[in-house]
Structure formats: C-alpha cells, structure tokens
Ligand binder design. Structure first.
Ligand code: ZN
Length: 380
C-alpha cells in the first residue's frame, strides 16, 4: 500500500502506519489550542491517542493471531486516523472460523478494559468510589450528586477503559468493514452460504453507512460522515470480492496456463529481449541458464527501463532477471493463487506439472480470463 511505513513487527507480522496518522496530533494540537489547554494537558491527550492506537494494534493482533490458528496468514496491520486493519491473506474457510476471527478483536478490547479496571477496583475503597463515580457522571453529566476529585493518572486510566469499551461496541456494529459485519456474515453463512450471506450483510452494512453519514452531516462531524462513506464503499467491495472468490474456486492454475512461451537465456543480450518484446505478445519472460534450468523472470518493467536508459546493449538477460519468483502447480486452485499474485505483484510465474515445466501464468491473461468468465456468468 502506498504512503505507509513500517514501525514494528510482532509475531512476524509488520505493523505499518499511514502518513496521514500524524494528522491526529495536529488535530490534538488544534483542539488543544482552541480550548486553550496548557502543554501538559495537550501532552496527556496526545499520550491518550497513542495509548488508544496501542489498543487498536492489540485488537488487530487479536484478529491476526486467531486467523493464524486456522492457517490464515496476515500480510500486515495498517494504522490510519480512522482506525486499524489487519489484512488477512484470505477469508477463513468455515463460518465459525470467521466468527472467531472477527469476534477476537472486540474481545481483546473488552479484555483490556477489564484488566485496567482491576487496579482501581482493588486498590482501596476510595479508588473504588472514584471509579464508580466517574462512570456515573458519564451517564448523568448534569448530576452534582457525586462531586469528586480525581488524580490525573486515574483519569487517564478511566478514559482508556472507556475508549476500549467504545472500540468494542463500535466495532460490533453489523456493517463491513466493522467486525460486527463479519460476525453477522459468519452467522448468516451457516444457513445461507457465504455468497448470499455476504449480499445480505453488505446491504445491512450500507444501510448503516447511510445512517452514519447522515448523522455525521447532521451533527457536522466530517470524520463520522467520512467513516460512513468508507463503510458504504467497503460493503460493496466485500461483496464483489466474495463473488470473485466463488468464481475463482471453480478453476485451477492449469485452466489459465499459457503453454507457448519464449525462453530467454542468461547470456542473451538485452537488445534481443527487447526485440522479442516488440514483436510478440509477451511482456515478461522466463529466463534459463545454458543447461535449461529455470533461474528467474525478466519483468517488463526492467526491460522497458533498460531500453529507456540506452545502456541496454551492454547488459545481458541474466543481469536483469529477477530470481525471486514462485513456482505454481497446474493443480493449484486459482482462488489461492490469484490474490497472492496481486499482492506480490507477480506478472509472470512458471507452472509445473509432475515436476515438468508446462507453461506460464500471466497476470494480464488471468485478469482477462476473470472478466470473461464474469460476463458469461452474468448472462446465465
Ligand atoms: Zn476488528
């Protein structure tokens, strides 16, 4: 994803932050200065925001590590001002697995708020009183019955508890991409199958999104309105994705394998490759050594770059070949391979059958294959 940078890696899963994340601190500063807060309070608000996003990260790891138990890996966890997302490699197979993965995130936040409540509840009678009064005052802001004096550390702690409860509740709204949407879909899937369940869940999600955006406009809260728009779009794309998944499940790599392809050799000069590129339909090429061993892929991008530089004449194919590639099996399901090709931006991969190289899979032809099949299906 563009505009993100990695800040940490836990359990082998990179945690990335979108650049717009820094806007939050600008916002804290802006609100702080319009309310003429001193630096100390502004600092503690900034700290609260950091703690909040720490909880969001833990929430996402709740999803990621539960998914791992079912054999689903997580590419990365991305934080942006409107929240976090754990990008799973694929959907868990079974509805109850999806249910567990989805519910794990909000459960983490409920767990955090319970753990944070232990200290004030057990420390002393006075701290217990403060704890209950604080929450009472939240629900009855005009009540003066409970005047209390509270230490800044406790106030910070209480706010963090509230924030975690809000996170859990908000995420359980039954709308994609909120976890509640996935919980709903998982429950519906048990009876209706994933495709119909997703259609229903995404309609419900879009309904919620419209309400949310409407509320955002009515209350003049641009962030709420924006989240509404985001939820609306995600609901639609979730349905498209599941539909695509269902389609891909019917085909194997063998179905999209191109059996004729040009072999280039490590010692071939680059101008020869450029000539092949210009004359034929092929954009990317497999590269072999002189003993016919496959050593890599020569990507179109490298070739075009070399042609532009004008230094192509001195280079050989072996120098530009990319040796990082994956070998596909003709029997692999397209459902497992296609998202992986997109994610790793592979343009061309070799296909093997019974240990023999039988052809290539080309990202462009897979795309047109899918488009064609989708058209055919809609007509039925
Ligand atoms: Zn979540």
């Amino acid at each position: 994803m563009k505009g993100v940078f990695q800040i940490a890696k836990f359990f082998g899963i990179p945690v990335q932050v979108h650049w717009s994340f820094v806007l939050i601190f600008g916002w804290v500063f802006y609100v702080g200065s319009t309310e003429s807060l001193d630096w100390w309070s502004m600092g503690s608000y900034a700290l609260l925001v950091l703690a909040l996003f720490g909880c969001v990260v833990l929430h996402e790891f709740g999803h990621a590590l539960t998914a791992r138990r079912y054999g689903v890996e997580t590419r990365d966890i991305i934080l942006s001002p409107i929240g976090g997302v754990a990008r799973l490699d694929r959907l868990p197979e079974k509805p109850w697995q999806e249910f567990m993965v989805a519910i794990a995130g909000p459960l983490v936040n409920i767990g955090i708020s319970l753990v944070l409540s232990i200290v004030p509840l057990l420390a002393s009678g006075e701290s217990r009183r403060q704890f209950f009064n604080y929450f009472y005052a939240l629900f009855y802001p005009n009540s003066n019955a409970f005047s209390y004096d509270i230490s800044p550390v406790y106030e910070f702690l209480f706010l963090l508890i509230i924030v975690n409860i809000v996170l859990a509740v908000f995420n359980l709204l039954p709308a994609f991409p909120m976890d509640g949407g996935r919980v709903l879909r998982a429950l519906l899937s048990i009876r209706l199958g994933r495709l119909r369940a997703t259609r229903i869940a995404s309609y419900i999600g879009q309904g919620f999104a419209v309400l949310l955006a409407g509320y955002g406009i009515w209350s003049m809260s641009p962030i709420t309105a924006l989240i509404g728009v985001f939820v609306f779009m995600t609901a639609a794309s979730e349905y498209r994705m599941v539909k695509l998944d269902g389609l891909l499940g019917h085909y194997t790599v063998g179905d999209v394998t191109r059996r004729q392809f040009t072999r280039l050799y490590t010692n071939d000069p680059i101008p020869l490759a450029i000539e092949q590129y210009r004359q034929g339909m092929e954009k990317d090429f497999l590269v072999f050594d002189e003993w016919q061993n496959l050593i890599g892929v020569l990507p179109e991008k490298e070739l075009v770059e070399a042609a532009k530089d004008g230094a192509a004449g001195e280079l050989s194919v072996g120098q530009l070949a990319n040796t990082r590639y994956e070998a596909l099996l003709a029997s692999d399901s397209l459902k497992a391979i296609f998202p992986r090709m997109q994610w790793k931006s592979y343009q061309l991969l070799p296909v093997f059958e019974q240990g023999r190289l039988i052809g290539v899979v080309d990202n462009n032809s897979v795309n047109s294959f899918i488009q064609l099949k989708q058209k055919v299906r809609w007509r039925k």
